[in-house]
Write a protein that binds this ligand. Structure first.
Ligand code: SF4
Ligand code: SF4
Length: 208
């Protein structure tokens, strides 16, 4: 059992437990798809690049916000006030650490952050792959994948829009899409309430 599965097991019997596991399992399957693709075509990001996280705030579904919020507020025990500090100082993504140039919730980053610049796009002529145009790294910019390789049967090519579509379909009850910072504030409130219900009940004195 990994860190996320262990933490979420404390919420067994709630929708948060089921929803976090749903999105976490989906993220693991995306990782499998991308690892093979990136290895096959030598696609890597330069260490501490992070330019795609600067001047960008992802739009997220409920499940994506829940996974990120669960990690930040439950596993890392961060206070929601970090979002007010971020708002007064930064234009980057609220989960981007400007000093280390890393995502502070990388394991639970949303789908757009997983697929941006590492997935092919479907066009009327078939699949096409555009390498990252934000990186200053020459190798990263040089990654080109020919039409023939992308459309060869037997090679599994991750296609960007399909992952976004799937995450939207995974949760039928809440189909909203929100900016990550606003969504995290909502999730913080939900998790705080749930923590009080579960853990304060457990600590209450036994009757009799
Ligand atoms: S290479 Fe592109 S996708 Fe990778 S971290 Fe840099 S800006 Fe982001
Ligand atoms: S969630 Fe992480 S990977 Fe995505 S934009 Fe924010 S800092 Fe970057």
């Amino acid at each position: 059992m990994d860190e996320i599965e262990q933490a979420v097991s404390l919420f067994r019997g709630t929708s948060v437990h089921d929803d976090v596991l749903t999105v976490w399992n989906y993220y693991k399957s995306i990782e499998n798809d991308f690892t093979d693709f990136e290895k096959s075509f030598s696609i890597t990001c330069p260490a501490r690049c992070g330019r795609c996280c600067e001047n960008f705030i992802p739009d997220v579904t409920y499940l994506e916000a829940l996974a990120a919020g669960f990690y930040v507020f439950i596993i890392e025990n961060r206070d929601v006030s970090f979002l007010s500090d971020w708002k007064s100082r930064h234009t980057c993504c609220p989960l981007f650490d400007c000093e280390t140039k890393r995502c502070s919730a990388y394991r639970v980053r949303p789908v757009i952050c997983r697929t941006f610049s590492s997935a092919a796009s479907r066009t009327k002529n078939g699949l096409s792959f555009r390498s990252c145009h934000l990186s200053t790294d020459a190798h990263r910019n040089a990654v080109q994948i020919g039409e023939k390789e992308l459309n060869t049967p037997g090679i599994r090519i991750p296609v960007m829009g399909e992952y976004g579509e799937k995450i939207r379909q995974l949760h039928q009850m809440d189909t909203r899409v929100m900016l990550l910072d606003k969504a995290l504030i909502e999730i913080a409130g939900k998790l705080e309430l749930l923590k009080r219900i579960i853990f304060e009940k457990d600590e209450s004195p036994q009757a009799g």
